[in-house]
Every structure is written in structure tokens, then in C-alpha cells.
Design a protein around this ligand. Sequence first.
Ligand SMILES: Nc1ncnc2c1ncn2[C@@H]1O[C@H](COP(=O)(O)OP(=O)(O)OP(=O)(O)O)[C@@H](O)[C@H]1O
Ligand SMILES: [Mg+2]
Length: 366
Amino acid sequence: MSTNPLIKIEDLHTFFYSKAKQAFIRAVDGISMEVPRGKTLGIVGESGSGKSITMMSVLGLISAGPGVIRGKVIYDNGRIKKNLLQGLDDFVDLQEHDGTIMQVDKDLYGWQQHSEQLMKNIRGNEISIIFQNPKAAFNPFTVIGEQIAEMVLLHTRINDPVAAKAKALYWLERVKMDAPEVRYYNYPGALSGGMAQRAMVAMALASEPALLIADEPTTGLDATIQAKVLQLLAEIKADLGITIMIISHDIGVISSLSDYVAVMYGGTVLEYGSAKDVLSTAYEKKHPYAKALLASIPGLENIEKNGARLKAIKGEVLDTIRVVEGCKFASRCDCMTDSVKHKCNTQQPPLEDIGGGHKIRCWLYQ
Ligand SMILES: Nc1ncnc2c1ncn2[C@@H]1O[C@H](COP(=O)(O)OP(=O)(O)OP(=O)(O)O)[C@@H](O)[C@H]1O
Ligand SMILES: [Mg+2]
């Protein structure tokens, strides 16, 4: 079997028009990362850093017109290999001046048709998603068991309703729902937050996807339930060997599940590597932003027990209308030395491998 990563994102850009700002926002601006098969990639970063938009771009779910997605998302499961963004560019004409997007002409209908075509047999089949708000994932008027059984019928080889029901019960059991036989007939509204989250995981797994994307799967749950959902995801990962992309602004959540970690800031990746390298406070080479994120954390053992929120870092997140000259983090960085200062303010550093696949976008280490 091929050892290529299951998902490889290359130079992804996602732009939106913001009515509030009366300008195009560069929400994701040149992201590259990959998720090896059977591994978990954690994406961490402050609110607004582009985590959700990255995930939605991967799934072709950017419908806000005129949203623009550029770059490559190579999906390769050994049988199917394709760029999930192939040809989308043909439906867009984008005019840029001096790093600012001035105008976008988009054939929205053509784009959507093409995107649906690209995602056919991928979204739902190969890639499932779990969101922060499980209840939004379910139809409120149908019992959860039937919704899970429907996923089985739609996306697996099972086409007999009785077998699909049995499979749905199997998934409810698998995610450790209490009394699956009873829960099968519950409407989404009757479930507690933790139970609804388990039901959504069951529904996501019911299509037997190769990749599970989880966007803030535990945000809003209380600490005990959060720990249980994390444990469930860890078990699923170990038992099913599924590949996971998990997004959170909580380093505790990221560290408890991830094999690889990407630290996002202002629509770019500032640090990427094995969780061991990126999350280690002992590592002397760290992006100053990642260093600041980790500074408030007492130690990885404690994170797993208590969870840890990102420390507030002084300064504002940059607006992302214009391509900035220099490093995006420069205005908030307190590690800048005199020898690199000029470069930091005038040239964006590349995301450079500092050894063993550990990449950092910082002039201090170039
Ligand atoms: N539909 C949209 N139209 C315009 N701008 C958008 C849209 N969706 C997101 N954005 C902008 O894109 C940027 C990235 O948003 P994104 O939701 O990816 O952040 P995030 O890292 O997931 O944050 P959070 O931790 O709060 O979920 C933000 O500046 C946001 O305001
Ligand atoms: Mg988000």
C-alpha cells in the first residue's frame, strides 16, 4: 500500500468578501500541511486564525459567494487519488493589486456544480466531519438511530434496512451510548450535550470514512464530559486506525490526541511537526508565537488532566486584507533580535524544516 499522506494540503488560499470591512479577507493565506494515514493532525491557533476555514476548504464547503479557494488538496487513499480543488480556479477571475484583492468575478453556479462533482464519493463517504454543535448535525424531527442507519445505507455496501439498523446499533454501542436500543429511538432534542456528541461521532463513523475531521469537538462541554469525548476519540483512533484532523484553540485537547500539530496564525502555519516537537516546552527552537501559547501551560502531564486554554498574547491579530510585508507575527513578537529585526519587518519568512520534519516560519532559525 502507498505510504503517501491521506491528505496533503499545498499552498491553500481562501478569500472572502467581508461586508463589514468592505474588502476581501485573506482568511487562509498559503497553508501547506499533511496528515499521514492513521495519524492525527491537530490544528491549534487563536480565534480567527483560519482553522475552520481550512477545514471547510478541504471539504469544498466554502459557498459564501464570492469565496475563493486556491491551491491543492490531494486526497490519496491508495485507490482514489485526486486534487479536491482541481479546476475550481477556472470559475474565478481574481484581480489583485499590491497584495490586496480588488475584485473577484466568479461563476458561482459553475463553481458549485464543479465542486459537488469533485466531492462526490468523498464528502460523507471518505471524509466525515464532527462539529462543535452536535444538535445542528441532526434533523430534529427524526430519531437519531434512523439517521445513523441512513448513513449506513447511503455510504456503505449495506443496503438492507434491517442490517442497517443493526449496524446503527453497533455504532451507538461503539461510542458507548448508554442503552443503545433505547437511544436509537431518541430525537436529538432528548439527548444531553455529551450524549448528542457521542451520537454525532456514531453518525460520522457510520459511513466508515478514512478521514474524520473534528472542529472544536469538545468546546462547550463541561470538563468531565469533554474528557470522556476525548477518550472516546482516542479509542476510536486506536481501534479503527482512522485518520483524524482535529481543530481546537485548546492545547489540552490538541495534545491529548495529536501525532502531528500545526500552529496557525493569521491564515498561515507558523509551526508544524510531530506533537512531541511542537508541544514540547523544552525544545529550544520554537516559533515565538508557539512559545507564547505554551508558556502558560504548566506541563503536558497537567494539560491532559486539566486542559489548558491559550494564554492571551499581547497585541491584536492582524487584519488580513493586505498581504503584509514581513512576518505576520512581527508586531506582537517579543523574541525579535537586532540581527533579524529588519528581515522580520520586511520579508515573510518561509516555513523551513529545521530538522526531522519540524518546520518553523521564523527568521530566527533560518
Ligand atoms: N463566510 C465568511 N465571510 C467572510 N469572512 C469569513 C467567513 N467565515 C470566516 N471568515 C473570516 O475568516 C477568518 C478565519 O475564520 P475561521 O472561522 O477559520 O477562524 P477559526 O480559527 O476557526 O476561529 P475560531 O477559533 O473562533 O473558530 C476570520 O477572520 C473570519 O472572520
Ligand atoms: Mg473555528
